[in-house]
Design a protein around this ligand. Structure first.
Ligand SMILES: Cc1ncc(COP(=O)(O)O)c(C=O)c1O
Length: 411
């Protein structure tokens, strides 16, 4: 692997992740299922423990010391999330995760959709950026159109010129595919969307925000969604970024406590953004954990993380391509995040995964919540190795050895 001045100190990073000392089936854990969820460093775990041990209270309501401390920590996490993607804190809505963020946008924007309006997605969407639009389109008699992928697993970006027109009201695309790893040129897609329509431009950053620098101003997107648990934070916390004027205009998704300014028996007035979209008791500890995760990622450096994962993906793909029984999906390493999906020809991905598990290697197998994409690829399932900042070249080697064992067992 190419070592540059920019390289991460992976050995030091690994010491921060207690779970990496765990043995699985008597073997050291090789955790390559980061696209599903990442592991958590001690700094994040400690931040959550500190909250529960020292200042646990509900936020935005209790006029006592703990309540004030908890509120400040929660809002501080919002500031960190805003800074992480170059947004203002008023544009950051905390949700449960990417799925809830995308459902919130879809539900709220659906109020403005009419019959024959069009929604443009891609063939490589995760179900969470496909099913909500599909269901809303059915209800509103709108049409969903899909940009295709080519034989290398790259998006046919120029197709957006034909797909987007004056009837297009929504363009929603994944930044990095959770199956192919492909990094899409969202800047270009957004530009086409603005030239050809007055559509809302939405980016699913679940697989990009944890792994590379994401800048909503540079992207010029209207909305962007990501999940904390895929970027070192706890589960149950996610972000929806939305441009201020759009958040102001949109109807709330959930109704209840805290999202209101005033309630009478007959009517209600909504709170200011972003709180208008945060009904009920928030995921307080989880948001604080997200703040600690962002601190950690920034300390490591997003550029270094991207470079490290790219080197690991390139190395793994090079070794995998030397095995004639293995089929790899998606583009070359420079055009993808550290996600490598593959199949051992004639072996079901679940069997591949089970053999790898016997060696302590965790990968995901299945359709990865992207069934339509798998049908385009002509397969029903794939195995997926996905790297993060704490993975090493030695772990990639173990993956390759594990795959050789799969071939030995099944061939
Ligand atoms: C590209 C993509 N979008 C959306 C999601 C949904 O994220 P969550 O399950 O955290 O809501 C995922 C999760 O794997 C994903 O990979």
């Amino acid at each position: 692997m190419l070592k540059t001045k920019m390289a991460l100190d992976v050995e030091k990073i690994r010491k921060d992740f207690p779970i990496l000392k765990v043995k699985v089936n008597g073997k050291p854990l090789v955790y390559l299922d980061n696209a599903a969820t990442s592991q958590k460093p001690k700094q994040v775990i400690d931040s959550v423990t500190d909250f529960y041990e020292n200042y646990n209270a509900n936020i935005h309501r209790s006029i006592h010391k703990l309540g004030e401390q908890a509120t400040a920590a929660y809002e501080n996490a919002r500031e960190k999330a805003a800074d992480f993607i170059n947004a203002d804190s008023g544009e950051i809505v905390f949700t449960k995760g990417t799925t809830e963020s995308l459902n919130l946008v879809a539900y709220s924007l659906s109020n403005e959709l009419k019959e024959n309006d069009e929604i443009v997605l891609t063939q490589m969407e995760h179900h969470s950026n496909l099913v909500p639009w599909q269901q809303i389109a059915k209800k509103k008699k709108a049409k969903v159109r899909f940009a295709e992928i080519d034989s290398k697993g790259e998006l046919k970006t120029d197709q957006f010129n034909e797909l987007i027109n004056k009837r297009t009201k929504i363009v929603s695309v994944v930044h990095a595919s959770n199956v192919l790893g492909t990094i899409n040129d969202v800047g270009k897609i957004g530009k086409i969307a603005r030239e050809k329509s007055d559509a809302c431009f939405i980016v699913d950053a679940a697989q990009s925000a944890p792994h590379m620098k994401v800048d909503v101003k540079k992207m010029n997107c209207d909305f962007l969604a990501f999940s904390g648990h895929k970027m070192l934070a706890p589960t149950g916390i996610g972000v929806l970024y939305g441009k201020k004027d759009l958040l102001e205009r949109m109807q709330p998704f959930l109704y209840g406590g805290h999202m209101i300014k005033e309630v009478t028996f007959n009517d209600s007035k909504w709170n200011d953004i972003p709180w208008k979209f945060e009904a009920g008791t928030a995921s307080i500890a989880q948001a604080i954990g997200l703040g600690a995760a962002i601190d950690y990622l920034k300390m490591a450096g997003m550029e270094k993380i991207a470079q490290h994962e790219n080197e690991l993906a390139e190395y793994a793909m090079e070794k995998l391509s030397e095995i004639k029984e293995v089929e790899i999906y998606g583009p070359s390493a420079g055009k993808r995040v550290g996600v490598v999906s593959f199949n051992v020809k004639g072996v079901h991905a679940h069997d591949t995964s089970a053999i790898l598990d016997s060696e302590g290697i965790a990968v995901r197998a299945g359709h990865h919540c992207a069934m339509p994409l798998h049908s385009v690829l002509g397969i029903t399932a794939s195995a997926r190795a996905s790297f993060y900042l704490y993975n090493t070249k030695e772990e990639a080697d173990k993956l390759i050895q594990g795959i050789r064992k799969v071939i030995k067992v099944f061939k």
